[in-house]
Design a protein around this ligand. Structure first.
Ligand code: PLP
Length: 381
């Protein structure tokens, strides 16, 4: 990327990330409401800063972009969903481009990459998340290096520090899907990535009540191209969704801290549970990429993937018997959710009994009682 750097106000301006989350993206004019109100508008009276919302955005998009841009250390573009954001990045590629993609990654991104490959738009090369040498080689050869760390759902941590510092092919884009880590645990742009992406649907929104996505970059030409991609595709975020996302972001730090603490306790107990075969959590010393996690991540996250005895049937029975933990897909919300991932289309290759648990902010002993009871009952079926 050859053009100039773009970074707006950032978290350091108010001290810490926690204070930034609470204070950024506000209107400071005397008499203005403390929170930017939802702005249901398609068009504006001509002669002002905005004419048409798809092109010029609304004030509530600005608030979300300011908050996330400040966290990631760049300039952000908000989209209608995480997938809309990621599609805008793939759209930057010239026809015939090469894409390096993790072997374990969000199934929507794998679907997007495969669909483009089968149309002859680009070719895709899958690389094991922890195979750093192959990623370094991919940096020299690929037009898009797409990383996801920790990965979904196997929670493998990529050596981002090393990969982001590797020499890249001219004009290549290195992007990191930062949804699982959140900008509180990991800041890819500071490590040298060109692009950081979050599905706002997950931790930033945090309440399972919206779809949204955001991209953060430092390069001004890439920023302009991504804004244009949003405008032309019409992949614009809704005004109510961005309002809710900003409201969610205010509590992100406290939600994450609490949920991560819960997750560590549950991961340790699951690892010792007689009905559990494998527990994958980056915070466990037994985790294959625990060392990289310790080096790179401020916190180990809130997602645990574990396989149980008894195969798919037992795992489905656990989901059906839980009372506090919600049987639902998605992650990063205040409420804990669980899903047997191999039941998701495109995820059939996963171990049949793998349960992906997104730990919420409930009382940890209640969560454990719910899990333990469901695990014990399920294996009797
Ligand atoms: C959910 C998710 C996405 C897609 O986000 P949407 O908001 O559902 O479009 C992308 N990457 C990861 C890691 C996700 O968990």
């Amino acid at each position: 990327m050859g053009s100039s750097d773009t970074t707006g106000p950032h978290a350091g301006d108010v001290g810490s990330i926690e204070s930034w989350l609470v204070s950024a993206g506000r209107d400071r004019r005397p008499g203005a409401p403390l929170n930017v109100s939802p702005c249901p508008a398609s068009n504006f009276v001509l002669g002002g800063q905005r004419a048409y919302a798809r092109d010029d955005g609304t004030r509530s998009w600005d608030a979300l972009e300011e908050i996330v841009g400040g966290l990631e250390g760049g300039s952000s573009v908000a989209f209608a969903s995480g997938m809309a954001a990621i599609t805008a990045i793939f759209d930057q590629l010239p026809t015939g481009a090469t894409v390096a993609l993790p072997d374990d990654c969000y199934q929507g991104v794998a679907g997007l990459a495969n669909a483009g490959q089968s149309r002859g738009r680009w070719s895709v090369h899958r690389i094991a998340v922890a195979d750093t040498a192959s990623w370094i080689q991919a940096c020299a050869e690929s037009d898009l290096i797409w990383l996801e760390s920790p990965s979904n759902p196997l929670l493998v941590v990529a050596e981002l520090e090393t990969i982001c510092a590797a020499p890249r092919k001219p004009c290549a884009i290195l992007g990191v899907d930062n949804t699982f880590a959140t900008p509180l645990n990991q800041r890819p742009l500071a490590l040298g990535a060109d692009v950081a992406v979050e599905s706002v649907t997950k931790f930033i929104g945090g309440h399972s009540d919206l779809l949204g996505g955001v991209i953060t970059v430092r390069d001004s030409a890439l920023l302009a191209a991504l804004r244009q991609a949003r405008e032309l595709a019409g992949a614009t975020p809704g005004t109510l969704e961005t309002f809710l996302a900003v409201r969610g972001a205010r509590t992100l730090a406290v939600r994450l801290e609490r949920a991560q603490r819960n997750a560590m306790v549950l991961a340790e107990r699951l690892a010792d549970h007689p009905e559990v075969l494998i527990t994958r959590y980056p915070g466990l010393a037994s985790h294959a990429t625990h060392k990289a996690a310790r080096r790179q991540l401020k916190g180990f996250g809130t997602i645990i993937s574990f396989d149980i005895r008894g195969g798919a049937e037992a795992a489905d029975a656990v989901c059906a018997r839980l009372r506090l933990i919600q049987h639902a897909t998605s992650l990063g919300a205040v409420e804990s959710t669980i899903e047997r991932r191999a039941s998701v289309p495109g995820q059939e290759h996963l171990p049949p009994s793998l349960l992906r648990l997104s730990v919420g902010i409930e009382a940890v002993e209640d969560l454990w009682a719910d899990l333990d009871r469901a695990l014990r009952v399920a294996v009797e079926v």
